[in-house]
Design a protein around this ligand. Structure first.
Ligand SMILES: C[S@@+](CC[C@H](N)C(=O)[O-])C[C@H]1O[C@@H](n2cnc3c(N)ncnc32)[C@H](O)[C@@H]1O
Length: 455
């Protein structure tokens, strides 16, 4: 691979004898991986080769995923480069926590964090770019997450809203992306010798806001997919020097991972607690990960007795009529699941994970999208279908392969069932969406933007 001018010399200087192996790794092919989704029932029931687990992850495997398969459509898998999976493993939020993923799109880390949280607590998943925030929302829906609020905000605006609020914050920072060179060769075109320093300026700005949102006793996880010390060790050296209440705590190193390099920053020995994943030392593209502890007492969270829920007072309360329409729908169709903290945005009904003031924030998804009010009736959302296990919806229809192909293509299909009712559609035991049975025809509610020709 043709590496950018200045890049080779920089790493020859930094890595010395090791540089040759590091630089040679760019001529080898990259590694692909995927993570299974522990939020789904029987997560291992996928048509994928599970013989090559990634040893430093709980749900990760080497291999690639076809986006036009039910495993992908139903949110059983997420394609993710192997070394990126270690970020979620290091963050490992506990059920019940309040977590922020500040730079979240397209959602690799967010869906991973959600897996740890098991639909409890609150995960605020933020993305600054509107288009990318929408892709993030799609991936969160596909994964069936119920506890995720998606915002499209700048870090400074978010910080004004959530001072000392989160138990755990992930900053998976926008970076010079040197670890992307193999996967996406065009990433080499943006690189100049000055680029890491430019990225570092933005990372400092983001971290300055992130620290404001962390509670005393909370943990901040910082990661990049680049090798440049300016964005890695030097960024962490700056952080602990600027905010003495933060200290670097050791990140466990699996085989092939190496300690961060104090000599590439200000010599602070605590930088050895950070971890580097290099492409010449393990089967992955490369990452830097640091974990910081903010001084103070962490709050003990009792998952069985969650934090006191205050009713969210907002202008987004349901009208009496809307409440009645929703309750009728829920009674007729849902089983063994209830949603509290309901709010409406226009005609859209959502279930918030917990009482939360969201006014003055640019919110893409204030929680789980339950559906849309339409003149005296309720149309359930695709996101609701993917967040349910089959038993949670009373009327279900198992699709044949031919019907599944018609469904994801957006077509209606005949059914022998009689009556007029909503149906939760299943294929290979996986919840794939809703259909409406009318006159022995299943009307299609697969979102237009997601339709595809199944393989
Ligand atoms: C490395 S990517 C995040 C990848 C994501 N965490 C994942 O695992 O799928 C960094 C993200 O930061 C966003 N970003 C760019 N500038 C930003 C800024 N000033 N503040 C916050 N986020 C920013 C980018 O749009 C990008 O989506």
């Amino acid at each position: 691979m043709l590496l950018p001018e200045g890049f080779t010399q920089k790493y020859q200087q930094l890595l010395g004898d090791e540089a040759a192996a590091f630089l040679a790794s760019f001529d080898k092919s990259g590694y692909k991986g995927f993570r299974l989704n522990p939020l789904k029932p029987r997560p291992k029931q996928v048509n994928l080769d599970l013989t090559q687990p990634i040893n430093y992850t709980q749900w990760g495997y080497f291999g690639s995923v076809n986006g036009r398969t039910v495993d992908h459509q139903a949110g059983y898998v997420y394609s993710q480069e192997p070394s990126a999976m270690y970020v979620g493993e290091v963050a490992a939020p506990r059920p019940g926590e309040r977590v922020l993923d500040l730079c979240a799109a397209p959602g690799g880390k967010t869906t991973h964090l959600a897996g740890f949280m098991q639909q409890t607590g609150l995960l605020v998943s933020n993305e600054i770019m509107p288009k990318r925030a929408r892709i993030l929302a799609e991936n969160v829906e596909r994964f069936g997450c119920r506890n995720v609020v998606i915002t499209n905000e700048t870090p400074d605006h978010l910080a004004k809203h959530f001072p000392d609020y989160f138990d755990r914050i992930l900053v998976d920072a926008p970076c010079s992306g040197e670890g992307m060179f193999r996967k996406d060769h065009s990433a080499t075109q943006y690189w100049t010798p000055a680029y890491p320093t430019e990225c570092a300026k933005r990372q400092r700005e983001i971290l300055t806001e992130a620290v404001k949102m962390l509670k005393p006793g909370g943990q901040l996880i910082y990661s990049t997919c680049t090798f440049s010390p300016e964005e890695d060790e030097q960024m962490m050296a700056w952080l602990v020097a600027t905010y003495p209440e933060f200290s670097l705590v050791p990140v466990e190193r699996a085989t092939g991972m190496v300690a961060g390099r104090p000599d590439w920053a200000d010599g602070n020995p605590a930088l050895k607690n950070t971890v580097r994943l290099f492409p010449h030392l393990l089967a992955g593209e490369g990452h830097f990960i640091a974990k910081l502890q903010k001084a103070g007492q962490p709050e003990v969270i009792d998952v069985k007795r969650p934090r006191k829920k205050k009713r969210a007072k907002s202008t987004n309360q349901l009208s009496k009529e809307q409440l009645a329409v929703w309750q009728a729908f829920a009674q007729e169709n849902l089983s063994g699941i209830t949603f509290k903290q309901l709010i409406v945005f226009g005609e859209q009904l959502y279930a918030l994970p917990q009482a939360l003031k969201l006014d003055r924030l640019n919110v893409v998804r204030p929680g789980l999208h339950l559906g849309t009010f339409k003149a005296h009736r309720f149309e359930p959302a695709y996101a609701l279908a993917l967040a349910l296990v089959p038993e949670q919806f009373k009327q279900r229809l198992t699709l044949t392969t031919a019907d599944y192909q018609r469904y994801v293509h957006g077509d209606t299909f005949p059914s022998e069932l009689a009556g007029k009712t909503w149906l939760l559609l299943l294929y290979e035991g996986k919840t794939v969406g809703f259909g409406k049975l009318v006159n022995q025809t299943v009307k299609n509610f697969f979102p237009k933007g997601l339709r595809f020709v199944a393989d």
